[in-house]
Design a protein around this ligand. Structure first.
Ligand code: G3I
Length: 488
């Protein structure tokens, strides 16, 4: 039993019902409440491939924002404290600990059957003045080790991973001249890892940093440190690549970099993913970002030993980016209004997420990989009139929008091959789409299935999306038909 449990600090949280989706005729002005998509909980998909899907959690947001909370509970299997486990939060004055924010993270995770990624024990930033002003090596060493013991000891058994040391290197691969480096010298990282191991022998211990996503001077410095630790038996289990990326700039060596760390015998974790751009976001950047998210998830999913991805927040509304990079943002898969960006469909598909809330039954016979896929150009099967339901969410900007459309088969028979049509308002033109083959003829938009989503079992749904430009007013999408029959 850990110190926290002994203190009886465990509190239970309650689940909220996810609000339902929207009407069939889509007013292109407001976004829906809810999770914004029709995939199964993304954590379920990640877990099927032995990985986690995580997010940076701020407890106060779950108190004030039901959408935030619903998504936090549903989608993720790993929770990182965005701020509340940092030194200034837990030990603002020497020897005076405030556990409320850190406890809230652990309580939330436990209530939702999620693991906790502890962030972070030793970091130059968000370090209170009383610690950052210490100049005596013996005293700083004692203070650092006491802090590690107090925090990792309190949550012993509750934390899956600790970022033991965060951001210890400069971009050129030299050590950052933090107070720990200046006063204690190169050995402080080893000292911190040894202390963390003894405080919580079962937590995996990570070194974490930003701009280490490519093979470059900084990631090579960490690579050399890990290699040295491994050779000398210093405890280290994982490397965190923060991956605060810029749209269109996923490094070409991203996967190779992950692989080289795994080859050293440590796990890799994508710990703080977001992909920012200038705001207001252009349609091109939103589309590029979707491909960038896809690349990141594909790279992690391609390497055994890259065990999960954490995104740094949920919706753009609370992202750290506009505060630090004014004029930039739109970095997360959920927009501020909780509609989803195209990035979400891309990452969901890399994870193998299914739609309609269904999870493949492991006892089902596997699909024969030699079966020919359904050809999207095959004529679709006959529809049953009214046997479909279409809902959508829209996120608009000055001259364009992203629509996410969910098609549900409400009949008792499978639909094999489908074509959705909708009437676009005057002045709207299709730019690009995903999860279907799109055409526009006059004001009629058509979306036909692709091979992997051609079959819609009774009750199942598929989520597709597209970007469009518009002139004049936003108007409404209307007149949905599936295989020629009007939908409810
Ligand atoms: O809580 C106070 C609030 O009371 C006050 O009114 C307000 C005024 O500015 O500040 C609030 O604190 C802010 C805190 O976030 C909570 O929102 C701090 O100013 C602000 O500096 C702090 O920023 C955090 C940042 O780390 C600090 O370095 C971000 O939320 C957090 O996302 C960010 O996370 C870091 C990772 O820990 C390490 N890697 C980089 C990543 C992004 O910078």
């Amino acid at each position: 039993m850990n110190k926290r449990t002994l203190l009886g600090a465990l509190a239970l949280t309650t689940a909220l019902v996810v609000p339902g989706a929207i009407a069939q005729a889509i007013p292109l002005t407001t976004a829906p409440a809810g999770v914004g998509h029709d995939y199964e909980p993304l954590r379920d998909a990640a877990e099927r491939s032995g990985r986690y899907f995580g997010f940076a959690y701020a407890p106060h947001l779950a108190q004030q924002d039901a959408n935030y909370r619903a998504i936090a509970e549903r989608e993720f299997s790993m929770v990182t404290a965005e701020n509340t486990m940092k030194w200034e939060s837990v030990q603002p004055s020497e020897g005076q600990f405030n556990w409320s924010g850190a406890d809230a993270v652990v309580d939330f995770a436990q209530a939702n059957n999620q693991e906790v990624y502890g962030h972070t024990l030793v970091w130059h930033s968000q370090l209170p003045g009383w610690a950052s002003n210490i100049s005596d090596p013996t005293r700083l060493s004692t203070v650092m080790k006491d802090h590690i013991n107090a925090v990792a000891g309190r949550y012993k058994g509750d934390i899956a991973y600790w970022d033991v040391v965060n951001e210890a290197f400069e971009d050129n691969g030299t050590r950052r001249q933090s107070v720990f480096q200046r006063v204690l010298g190169d050995g402080y990282i080893e000292e911190a890892f040894r202390e963390a191991r003894s405080a919580d022998p079962n937590a995996k211990l990570c070194i974490n940093d930003y701009s280490t996503d490519a093979i470059n001077s900084k990631s090579t410095a960490i690579y050399n440190l890990v290699r040295d630790f491994k050779a000398r038996g210093v405890p280290i289990d994982c490397v965190g690549l923060q991956s605060h990326l810029i749209v269109g700039q996923v490094p070409s060596t991203y996967q190779q970099n992950i692989q080289r760390f795994v080859d050293l015998g440590v796990e890799v974790r994508i710990t703080e993913l977001d992909i920012r751009m200038n705001t207001p976001a252009s349609q091109q950047n939103i589309a590029q970002q979707a491909q960038d998210y896809k690349k990141v998830f594909e790279a992690c999913w391609a390497v055994d030993g890259c065990n999960g991805v954490t995104i740094w927040g949920i919706s753009d509304q609370y992202s750290w980016i506009p505060d630090v990079f004014p004029g930039e943002g739109a970095a997360l898969p959920w927009n501020s209004d909780y509609s989803v960006k195209p990035a979400l469909a891309e990452l969901a598909q890399v994870m193998g997420a299914t739609t309609g809330g269904s999870t493949p039954d492991p006892t089902d016979p596997p699909t024969d990989p030699t079966d020919p896929p359904t050809d999207p150009t095959d004529p679709p099967t006959d529809p049953t009139p009214g046997a479909c339901e279409v809902t959508a969410s829209v996120n608009s900007w000055n001259s364009g929008y992203t629509a996410t459309v969910t098609i549900k088969n409400t009949s008792s028979q499978a639909i094999n091959g489908w074509e959705l049509t909708a009437a676009l308002p005057a002045g709207h033109s299709l730019a690009q789409g995903w999860n279907a083959v799109y055409t526009q003829s006059g004001s009629t938009l058509s979306a036909r299935n692709v091979a992997w989503n051609s079959t819609l079992a009774p009750g199942a749904s598929v989520s597709i999306g597209f970007n469009a430009d518009f002139q004049g007013s936003l108007g409404s999408l209307s007149g949905f038909t599936l295989n020629g029959a009007a939908c409810n």
